[in-house]
Design a protein around this ligand. Structure first.
Ligand SMILES: Nc1nc2c(c(=O)[nH]1)N[C@H]1C(S)=C(S)[C@@H](COP(=O)(O)OP(=O)(O)OC[C@H]3O[C@@H](n4cnc5c(=O)[nH]c(N)nc54)[C@H](O)[C@@H]3O)O[C@H]1N2
Ligand SMILES: Nc1nc2c(c(=O)[nH]1)N[C@H]1C(S)=C(S)[C@@H](COP(=O)(O)OP(=O)(O)OC[C@H]3O[C@@H](n4cnc5c(=O)[nH]c(N)nc54)[C@H](O)[C@@H]3O)O[C@H]1N2
Ligand SMILES: [Mo]
Length: 767
């Protein structure tokens, strides 16, 4: 093995960001052979008149800079604008069986898909198909179903508002609410958990709130990697002396020390800013105990006659305080510290920061949502904020840091397996058909239906469903049960290789590319994680003349499946203003005058009622909701059990692997690692770099096992380990999820170490 490719662990001692980030940006543009094109693209990214970054959902700042992108946005763009192409010759060369043996990284590096392909079982290859034949095949399969509920319509969060809206109309006119979407594995606890509490399943802050906050909490979110542009806000807050509390089982590098790649002076002097003022080294699943401990400190202070609760706000706007107080005061410090793994002294210190602050923001990510009680855990975050009136005040609020660039928008415009009856009435009135009224499938329901054989067709609007879902082997088998699988995509991925009897790959015009129709150039819109809607206009020519815009694909699928439809699909397909007019009609409260308002180059903000202290809950109040106990994951009676969090490296975008490195965590040329506490290693007789297997602790008779993982001695709390998604998804059982949202508990998989039987290459441990 060449030295260059040797897998290695080499702790990263520099601040995050800085020259490392600048260098990585240049490197990825060169790797994809798009130095000039990519640099030109970066100038238009997140700028008025340009396109929205295809990476994360973090908003643009109010004061625009000439450059508004980050290292990982540059990777996303470089991989989208890449020079590499997959042509029909590629598919002629490789059978699907052969391609299955390749890594996700290798598949990604083959480049952009350039023409529609159909699976040919006689040769086990994808072969070219015309668009007309592809749509005819989809129409035939959909019309042949006994019931519309036998089809699953997946959406990944990169899909723009106009496309997602039409897709939701097509599917409802077809007759089902089966809308599994990536949000079901992501921020669904936000969407389902927060409405009973504050009346909306979205975040309540806007960008300017960072300027007014007096304390910021970053909980279970790896900002420097997954929403790097937010680092600017944290750096600015820190420079103002605002305390930043980091709650995470991993000391994420960027949240400890950061150099702003756009700060010329800091770059030149190799300076950096310390970010977190308090690092709370929580056990996996220990956050609930911390939040309850903090609330206990507040209630104790209240008992002492201190003026710590926002009495007026509570009296005027909330319900349920007494029940909450009783629950919290019933929690003992011994349990709180044991379950959180954090000392009472530190919880008191953090509570003190919260008490002193007149405006607090709590940001969170997958570290909170992907637990068995993720939804109810978030309600406790809301409780904590409500106690001090941290809604409807500058500098305060709850901030779910969303994933995909339009995942929030997709839900807003109808990608929802549990739509409200009022919404369905508006669809009926706007389109003149009766939509289905019963709830449809989320991701886990969809897999169950495939396993049971009741689902026959799967259509994937973007994403990589099969690689993102739990229980890899079982899910693969479920997918292979289908009659037809359709992958609407920019890049080849595993989802195209684990397919039904018939299968199609339909390549699309990407976010950074120009959409041209008979009515001229079109643009689409995106809603970011803070509910700002902005236009996105691509700047590059499409990758090939044989790819179609996603919106056209939706319309032509609809025309093929619904030959008697009265919906003017052929008109929507060419003129996106007509789609926006329909969105305005279905959502008059938030989208009135859409086509007019979107002319503002900065876009507009969708109303978030809690910002006005208006609560769209049944009782018209914000509700303190009680969650008994301190555990967010069911305890497991196994002394050898470790909790595994499956996380992202710095060089991946979900299932898309940019490289096998994770710079800030010091990992190079491998993704098969497990970060573990030194004492947990010693207890198991493991040396740094030892190769192990992991096995899930479950009692359903299924053995879930991943082998060939190198252990890394890492500052993890006792009993907590971490490793990369999607490689470790085989360990995540399909029935291990949050009941309220259906979100798999990917951050707390109970596992034990077992002997390795694989011959994995050794991991070199450097200084
Ligand atoms: N570059 C890049 N950007 C991305 C993505 C990407 O893959 N690459 N993905 C996008 C998507 S779809 C999403 S949803 C977001 C994901 O962004 P994040 O939410 O940051 O996702 P993760 O990397 O899965 O893990 C988050 C953090 O949770 C911590 N954690 C694990 N368990 C616990 C726990 O019990 N408690 C606490 N407090 N913390 C815990 C981990 O240590 C890690 O720091 O990013 C989006 N942006
Ligand atoms: N164990 C574990 N599992 C997880 C998670 C975890 O933390 N741990 N995280 C979960 C989360 S938060 C999420 S969001 C899901 C992600 O699940 P998905 O959203 O399904 O997965 P992605 O990897 O983002 O999808 C990548 C594919 O999207 C296609 N694509 C990219 N751009 C475009 C485009 O513009 N148009 C179209 N049509 N296609 C495009 C490309 O072909 C690419 O291969 O995974 C979930 N699964
Ligand atoms: Mo996500």
């Amino acid at each position: 093995m060449s030295n260059e490719k040797e897998s290695e662990y080499k702790p990263y001692h520099h601040p995050a960001g800085g020259w490392g980030a600048a260098g990585a940006t240049a490197k990825v543009l060169m790797e994809q052979s798009v130095l000039v094109k990519g640099s030109r693209g970066l100038l238009s990214m997140n700028q008025p008149g340009g396109f929205k970054c295809p990476s994360c959902a973090f908003p643009d700042p109010d004061q625009r800079k000439t450059l508004e992108f980050c290292e990982n946005g540059a990777k996303a763009l470089a991989h989208e604008a890449t020079k590499a192409r997959i042509t029909r010759e590629f598919f002629k060369k490789h059978t699907v069986t052969e391609l299955m043996l390749r890594s996700d990284y290798w598949l990604e590096m083959q480049g952009r898909l350039t023409e529609p392909m159909r699976y040919d079982p006689t040769t086990d290859r994808y072969v070219p198909v015309t668009w007309d034949d592809a749509f005819a095949m989809i129409g035939r399969h959909l019309q042949a179903l006994d019931s519309p509920h036998q089809a699953e319509f997946y959406t990944s969060g990169r899909t723009a508002n106009e496309t997602a809206f039409l897709y939701s109309i097509f599917v409802r006119e077809f007759g089902t609410n089966n809308f599994p979407d990536c949000s079901n594995m992501c921020h669904e606890p936000t969407s389902r958990g927060l409405p009973p509490s504050i009346g909306i399943g979205k975040g309540t802050i806007v960008m300017s709130d960072f300027e007014h906050a007096e304390a910021i909490f970053v909980v279970g979110q790896n900002t420097g990697t997954n929403s790097p542009r937010m680092m600017t806000n944290l750096v600015e807050a820190r420079k103002r002396g605002v305390p930043i509390v980091l709650i995470n089982p991993m000391p994420e590098r960027a949240l400890i020390r950061f150099t702003e790649p756009q700060d010329v002076l800091q770059m030149a002097t190799f300076g950096s800013t310390p970010i977190s003022s308090e690092f709370v080294h929580v056990r996996i699943g220990g956050d609930l105990a911390i939040f309850k401990g903090m609330m206990k400190v507040l209630f104790e202070a209240e008992e002492q006659g201190e003026d710590v609760l926002d009495r007026d706000f509570i009296a005027q706007h909330t319900a349920g305080l007494d029940a909450l107080r009783a629950d919290i005061m019933g929690c003992g410090w011994e349990d709180i510290t044991r379950i959180s793994g954090v000392s009472e002294a530190q919880i008191r210190r953090v509570a003190e920061i919260y008490k002193k602050s007149r405006a607090t923001i709590i940001c969170y990510g997958m570290g909170l949502t992907q637990h068995q009680e993720g939804s109810r855990l978030l309600q406790q975050v809301a409780n904590l904020l409500l106690l001090r009136g941290n809604f409807g005040r500058p500098g305060a609020g709850i901030a779910p840091i969303r994933g995909h660039s339009n995942v929030q928008g997709d839900r807003t415009v109808g990608i929802d397996e549990k739509p409200t009856q009022a919404y369905l009435d508006r669809v009926r009135d706007a389109f003149g058909f009766e939509p289905p009224r019963e709830h449809g499938h989320h991701v886990l329901d969809a897999i169950a239906a495939m396993e049971a054989g009741s689902a026959r067709v799967f259509i994937g609007m973007g994403g990589n469903f099969i690689r993102a879902v739990p229980d890899t082997e079982r899910s693969y088998a479920a997918m292979r049960n289908l009659d037809l699988t359709v992958g609407i995509a920019t890049k080849l991925n595993r989802g195209h290789l684990v397919h039904g009897r018939d299968a199609l790959i339909l390549p699309v015009v990407a976010r950074s590319e120009i959409i041209r129709t008979d009515a001229g150039e079109q643009f689409v819109t995106i809603e970011d994680a803070m509910a700002n809607v902005t236009a996105s206009r691509g700047v590059f020519a499409p990758v090939s003349e044989h790819v179609l815009p996603e919106t056209e694909i939706v319309c032509r699928m609809a025309m093929a499946a619904l030959p008697h439809s009265r919906t003017p699909w052929a008109r929507y397909m060419v003129d996106y203003d007509l789609i926006r007019d329909k969105i305005a009609e279905v959502y008059p409260e938030i989208y009135a005058d859409f086509s007019e308002r979107i002319k503002n180059p900065r876009g507009f903000h969708l109303d978030i009622p809690p910002r006005r202290r208006v609560w769209k809950t049944p009782n018209g109040k914000a509700n303190f909701l009680v969650m008994p106990g301190l555990e967010v994951d069911a305890p497991v009676a196994d002394g050898a059990m470790l909790r595994l969090a499956t996380i992202r490296s710095h060089d991946q975008y979900n299932t898309t692997i940019y490289s096998n490195n994770d710079r800030y965590r010091g990992v190079y040329n491998t993704r098969l690692v497990v970060f573990m506490n030194r004492e947990d290693m010693a207890e198991r007789g493991l040396e740094n770099g030892a190769v192990i297997g992991l096995e899930t602790c479950s009692d359903d008779g299924v053995r879930r096992y991943v082998d060939g993982l190198s252990v890394i001695d890492y500052p993890m709390p006792r009993g907590a380990i971490a490793g990369y998604y999607p490689e470790l998804n085989p360990l995540l059982p399909l029935d291990y999820f949050d009941e309220i949202s259906g979100t798999p508990a990917a951050k707390s998989i109970p596992v034990r170490v077992v002997e390795s039987v694989a011959s994995a290459p050794p991991l070199r441990i450097a200084g």
